[in-house]
Structures are given as C-alpha cells and as structure tokens.
Design a protein around this ligand. Sequence first.
Ligand code: PL4
Length: 411
Amino acid sequence: MIASNSYFKNLASGFLFPEIAKRRREYCAAHPDAEIISLGIGNTTEPLTRHIASGMNDYIKALETPAGYSGYGDDSAGELPLREKIATVLYNGIIKGHEVFVSDGAKCDVGRFQQLFGASVNVAVQDPAYPVYVDGSVMVGAAGKSPAVHGGYCDITYMPCLPENNFFPDLSGVKKESLIYFCSPNNPTGACATREELEILVSFARENGCIIIYDAAYSSFIRDSKLPKTIFEIEGARRCALEINSFSKSAGFTGVRLGWSVIPDELLFADGTPVSALWSRLTNTFFNGASNIAQAGGLAALDAEGLEEMRDLTNYYLSNAAIIAETLRGKKFSDAGVEVYFTGNAPYVWVRFPGKKSWEVFDKILDECRVVTTPGAGFGPSGESFIRFSSFGHRENIMEACERLSDKLSL
Ligand code: PL4
C-alpha cells in the first residue's frame, strides 16, 4: 500500500467551510423545522446580471456553429483580448495584458502558487486569514513538519491583525525571503490597507527579499477613493508582488468560475528567472485554461454596462453589510461589550464578543437565532472571540436574520 502524504498529517483540522456546512446539516437533522439563514460562507446569492449573462449566452450560441466553435485555448493564460481588457479597464494600463494570467478563480491560483514556490519557502500570513493560505502551505510542506501549536503552525509566521493595531501587522517578525500573504480588503476582518500601509509592506518586502501574494478578491467593494485597489499602485511593487483577483464576488461568478493573477515582468526569483516564466510552465502543465464561456462573461463584465452592473451588485451586498453592522451596533449589543468592525469597503462585518470563544458564539447564534455565521477562530488564533458575518444574502433574509439577532440572541 502507498503511504499517505505525510504533510497532510500536519493539518490541524478539516477545512473550515465544509466544517460549517457539516454543523449546519447536523443542526438541521436535529431540528428539521428550523428555517436557517446563512450569514456564513461568502457565497453570492443574486442572479447573474443581464449584460454579463448575455455575453455568455451569445458565446454559447456561437459554440453551436462551425465558425463559432472553439476548444482548448492556445495557452492556459486565457484569451488575449480578455487579458488586455483586464489590464486596461481594471488596472488603467499600469500593468500589461501579457502580465495578466486568466484562471478559474483566486483560490485555485493560490494552490498553484503554493506548488510554484514549493516546500522550502518561508511563509507569513495575516492572522486571521483566509484558511487556504495556511492549509495549502501545509499540504506542500512549506509549513515544515511541526505540529499545530496553540492553534497555529510554528513554522509559519502569524502576523496578528487586531483592532489594537488597526488590523495592520507588525512585520518585524517576518523572516527574510518569505512569501507574505496579504489580503485587502481583508477576509475576514474587512480591513482595507491604506496607501501608507502598503508602502510600508512593499518596502519591507523589497528590503528583505520577500514576495507578496496580494489577494485583492474583494477590491471591487472599495468605495473610499483614497484606498488603493491594487498593490501595483504602490511604487516598487512590481519587483516584489504578484496579485490574485476574481470575478466571483464582483460579477457573481462563484459558480461560473473566473479569476486572474497579475505577475509583473520585473518579479524575479533569486537566480534571475522571471516568476511569470515558471508560472507559465506550471499552469500549462496542470491547467487547461478557464472555461471559454466564463471568459466571454468576463469580457462582457468589463464593458461599460457590465461595470455598471457589477457596481450595482456590489452595492447591494455592501448595503446588506451596513444593515448587519447597524443591527450589531444596537444598544443591546454595545451594553454587552460587543465590538463591531465594518469599513464600508468589504462585504464582511467582523464582530468581537469579548471573553467568549468563537465556536461557542457560533453555536449560540445558530441555536437561538437559526443563523449560520463563521467563527473567527477558524481563520487563525487571532480570530478567537470574533464572528464573521457575511453580507452575501437576499435582502429579506438579511433583514430577518437581523431581527432574530436583535430579538432572540442572549448575551
Ligand atoms: C468558500 C480572500 C469565501 N468554498 O472564488 P475564488 O476562487 O475566485 O475566490 C476565493 C477566495 C479567494 N480569496 C479570498 C476569499 O475570501 C475567497 C472566497 N472566500 C469565504 O467565505 O471566505 C468563500 C469560501 C469556498 C472556499 O473554500 O473558498
């Protein structure tokens, strides 16, 4: 028999989101009449918008014709018109089309980058963080062989991001030549790094030979015009950062699947090899490109009508988030010491229940309100005592969930 991959034995527990789904199923099995509302997993709920959907419909119709049919793309990086449109429309030309690598989503690209950088790289993550950064690093062996300690891996540098440091980490503990995962707007805290903070991050990376994996999956939610929408607005970032992004949340493509990564020409490995060259080598080996139908949707999304539709869609979820934040800032909650963090630039509301354990609060909210949330501890040790409320939901469900939280949750 073949032995199991030993790195997997270093994983602390099951992946967070299936664990939440499992607890929900168990609760429903025990309470078959319960009408559950999910403010848990960040999964879009609103239908595809007209212009973007018609871009895909037209493409599907053409696929039925000899002239319009297409099979595998020539390169896994996607159709050049889409790559160029992403560069001009979303990055105002500060990056070039050939530096954009279209994919089937940001999460899938994180996994491929972990393969690219391999087992020997040092890893630093914001704490709390999207769990894929840590779990994927463990799976490829980049977290070393050390077991989980205090809810974290001792060979991964956790950079606490808390209200006490305005959710911007102290970088001084990050090892030289680290891969630094940095997500802004942040999942789960919703915090958005300012230009000055990103300048600090970039200059640290440049001085210490680090590469930043900048996860900008929520950049379309930024409404404050002073906040950078991409790391490439920061001078020097082209030499030390790559960026991942996605149509999942902006266009409702969580199921359609379309994302991209930007790898600037100047981003090099120590021996001078361009990161983009090995990325092409890796992705052309393992990945046959994003669906051509999804790419047609991406092209439509970047037309003027598509951009307007994405703005309306993200506004809808931001309004949901504002409703949740307002509810949780009510007297009942503030009297109990509950702290609410909502920036207006992200679809998540991050809430601290001082002195309580996240999973206990998760169970209590599920039991008393029949609302599913995400326990902050699932995002890392610094998420303990926090709960993440997702704004992805139909408005009537958000209103109902807020009513239940106000009326039924005991604190
Ligand atoms: C549940 C910071 C959600 N089953 O859809 P993608 O692959 O383009 O983007 C995934 C992604 C990338 N980067 C960040 C994210 O927050 C997400 C999506 N996160 C969440 O609730 O935290 C969905 C999670 C999904 C999963 O496991 O990713």
